[in-house]
Design a protein around this ligand. Sequence first.
Ligand code: MTE
Length: 335
Amino acid sequence: MLIKIPVSGECREAEVTPEAVYLNRRRLLQGTLLSVAAAGVSPFARSAERYEGVDPAPAPAWFTEKLAETRWQAVVAQGEAITPFSDATHYNNFYEFGPNKGDPARHASALKIEPWTVIVDGEVDKPGRYFLEDLFPPNRLEERIYRLRCVEAWSMVIPWLGFPLADLIRQLQPRSSARYIRFETAYRPEEMRGTRSGFALIDWPYVEGLRMDEAMHPLTLLAVGMYGRVLPNQNGAPLRLVVPWKYGFKSIKSIVRISFVRDQPATTWQTMAPREYGFYANVNPQVSHPRWSQARERRLPGSLFKPNLRDTLLFNGYAEQVAGLYGAMDLGKDY
Ligand code: MTE
């Protein structure tokens, strides 16, 4: 994976307001907004700046309906500044659209996301091919503000919108023989120009997997939106996984297949370079990547002269919640 320096910007968690809330409040506050902003205390005006220059993706009807019932800030990241929307949507890894950080923002709009179906198969009582909107558990959407730590040693803080994977799994009724869950990304060469490149080393489709207890963990999220909006294509629309205590490559995008399996699935990065990328991929400052240290990370946004470096936390700061999953394991061996 490549490492590049992002452009700068700043935004604090307290300044983040979901766009829907922001728009409603803005209607109410229109008369006073400017004077409050001028006093430097309005979170709303700063939100507007954050979205500036970034076209909103049109939201499908199912999303708009669900959004109205969202449980905002169901999980927060205490003391963390949220990454500006423009950075989160223009500094991406989505190799199906190219190897450079700007490629997904440039090319992912070619992916047709409506209608979207997901195949559910394997060791499960309710297999089938589901339209995305029929797959959702009846839950309200939750906003969850999570740290995202890439194995390349950069990180962001993202307000996702989604629902716990565990709720979907319960609905699909896996059998006791299902010990792992395997996810597959869409593979559509006509729409995904990165998959047509002769230089791409990836054996498509992109595949990821979790052990069943990891998949059932309450922090594991299936995201359909971020920043109060529908998920942009470059961030994995219309359905992506978010596993905040693992390196970002586990958080597979644009999922078209969910399989309940007996054996540990062969996953994309682990298969390609097993000495560099493990199946577990738990964030761990003590286990270096063979080519670089994982002890520190570059929090976006930053700049060449102010790279915004900070110490990386074990399990990306979620050790209290997830360390118990790995009690008997040697994290240096099962990286
Ligand atoms: N999923 C697919 N299908 N293809 C990819 O290239 N890249 C992964 C992950 N999911 C990737 C993917 C990596 S390496 C990271 S760090 C995160 O997506 C980046 O998510 P973001 O671009 O939304 O920040």
